[in-house]
Design a binder for this molecule. Structure first.
Ligand code: SF4
Length: 244
């Protein structure tokens, strides 16, 4: 039996987040997630997907990467990112990442932080969320993942409220996160009505939304050693556009 993954979509775009933002990247979006964050903009990946062999996934990535083949570059481009959904829910994501690293790709994974990251190939850049209170999923954070992080990984806080900011600042100091790896403070883009899936958690009552200007200015006022980010692809394309 061939090894398979349930794949929602595979496409070439620009990396919109992380310290790799702006670089060409092939995204492999895997189906299913066991969380329901209040701000989730990829609810379409909760169930939609097609069973695909690892060989077919690799072939499609190689085809999208082909035009970059001859371009001299300090870093192999395009990047390849596994995202979701939650890619670590499918065990065959592990051999896929290994095979992509063996093939010379720079490989990233976006994970919720709710699952054990230790089995992921050490060459992969793990971009791990710590879910803030407004996500509605803060209790799912798997804190023991922190001890597995390396300097080549990244920690992301998606911040939508004043309460999220204070919580993230506390975790940053409590766990000395900026001494482990780059830390991203990412502003929550409001969902369009079409993106508001009925299964998503609600923002807990009593929280105050934060603007991106407030987030940027508070980071500077508090002299936090973090990277502010907005989702670049939503600035370039429509916020609800797929495959970009
Ligand atoms: S972890 Fe949250 S934001 Fe990410 S896919 Fe799952 S529900 Fe959406």
């Amino acid at each position: 039996m061939p090894e398979t993954l349930v794949v929602n979509e595979i496409y070439l775009s620009l990396q919109g987040e992380s310290t790799f933002a702006g670089l060409p990247c092939v995204f492999v979006r895997l189906t299913a997630c066991d969380l329901r964050c209040s701000y989730c903009d990829t609810a379409y990946a909760f169930a939609e997907g097609k069973k695909t062999s690892l060989e077919e996934v690799e072939r499609r990535i190689a085809n999208l990467a082909l035009p970059f083949r001859e371009a001299p570059s300090l870093m192999r481009l395009p990047l390849v990112e596994l995202t979701g959904g939650e890619p670590l829910l499918q065990e065959n994501a592990l051999p896929l990442m290994q095979r992509l690293c063996d093939a010379g790709f720079v490989v990233l994974i976006e994970t919720s932080g709710a699952h054990d990251i230790s089995p992921v190939d050490a060459r992969v850049h793990r971009i791990m969320d710590l879910k803030c209170p407004s996500s509605g999923e803060v209790e799912k954070n798997l804190w023991r993942n922190l001890k597995h992080l390396k300097s080549s990984d990244e920690i992301k806080f998606v911040i939508g409220t004043h309460e999220d900011y204070e919580w993230a600042k506390h975790q940053l100091n409590e766990h000395h996160l900026s001494s482990i790896c780059p830390v991203l403070f990412s502003w929550v883009s409001p969902l369009t009505p079409e993106q508001q899936h009925k299964s998503l958690k609600r923002v807990p009552a009593g929280q105050t939304p934060i603007s991106r200007k407030e987030l940027a200015e508070w980071i500077m006022a508090d002299a936090l050693p973090v990277r502010f980010q907005v989702q670049m692809h939503k600035v370039i394309w429509a916020p609800d556009a797929r495959g970009v």
